[in-house]
Write a protein that binds this ligand. Structure first.
Ligand code: DX5
Ligand code: ZN
Length: 219
């Protein structure tokens, strides 16, 4: 599945940009929330999630790059997030935060930065619906894919085993590296600049298709 990140959308036309990737055949819509504290950059908060919620039926995959996350989980749930993912590096009590997300009726995701080992997840596997491996350092779109992320995907895939947990990758995904990413085990590919670059809606459908076709070619 392909999840374009609205971080690379034209924010002056955000509603149209959301509807455009929906029409262009995306699977999920990835929503990057940054606080200027956990990551250096600031993006937007729950009000924007609430504003785009009525524009699409597709899964809103909300990636929280905020610390602390706990005080805002209910706000993002109420705003209409379907998946809420939190960074292991930003959570003192990950086990508890994941249960809070599930208690709000949402899918609970956990995100690992490039320097964080997959083994950190061993003791929370039964409380997780999605694992997101960062393949860039979080904070900006348009960075280069970190190749070591492929090995982390393989490790995560192995740890997941036959559990019902989605494996997602985020950062630097392109039609050129999508096959390797899918072969390593990711089933949801976040794509910011490789879909939205130039912000011309006519380009979105062929780009989404190119990334998906490349990923499928590896399976
Ligand atoms: C990075 C974000 C990503 C970003 C991906 O902090 O979490 O979701 O938007 O953008 P690209 O695909 O351009 O690397
Ligand atoms: Zn993201």
């Amino acid at each position: 599945m392909i999840a374009p990140s609205v971080l690379s959308a034209d924010f002056s036309r955000l509603g149209e940009e959301v509807m455009a990737i929906d029409r262009a055949g995306c699977d999920w819509i990835h929503v990057d929330v940054m606080d200027g504290h956990f990551v250096p950059n600031i993006s937007f908060g729950p009000l924007i999630v609430k504003a785009i919620r009525p524009l699409t039926q597709k899964t809103l995959d909300v990636h929280l790059m905020i610390e602390p996350a706990d005080p805002y989980l209910a706000d993002f749930a109420n705003a209409g997030a379907d998946v809420i993912s939190i960074h292991i590096e930003a959570c003192k009590h990950l086990h508890l935060s994941l249960q809070t997300i599930r208690g709000l009726g949402k899918k609970a995701g956990v995100v690992l930065n490039p320097a964080t080992p997959v083994s950190m997840l061993e003791n929370v596997m039964d409380h997780v619906d999605l694992i997101l491996i960062m393949s860039v350092n979080p904070g900006w779109g348009g960075q280069k894919f970190i190749p070591e992320s492929l090995e982390k995907l393989r490790q995560a895939k192995k740890l997941i085993g036959n559990r019902n947990i989605v494996l997602e990758i985020d950062g630097g995904v392109t039609a050129e590296n999508a096959a390797g990413i899918a072969a390593a085990g990711a089933s949801v590919l976040v794509a910011g600049s490789s879909v939205y670059k130039g912000n011309d809606p006519a380009t979105y459908a062929p780009r989404i298709k190119a990334i998906r076709d490349a990923a499928l070619s590896a399976l």
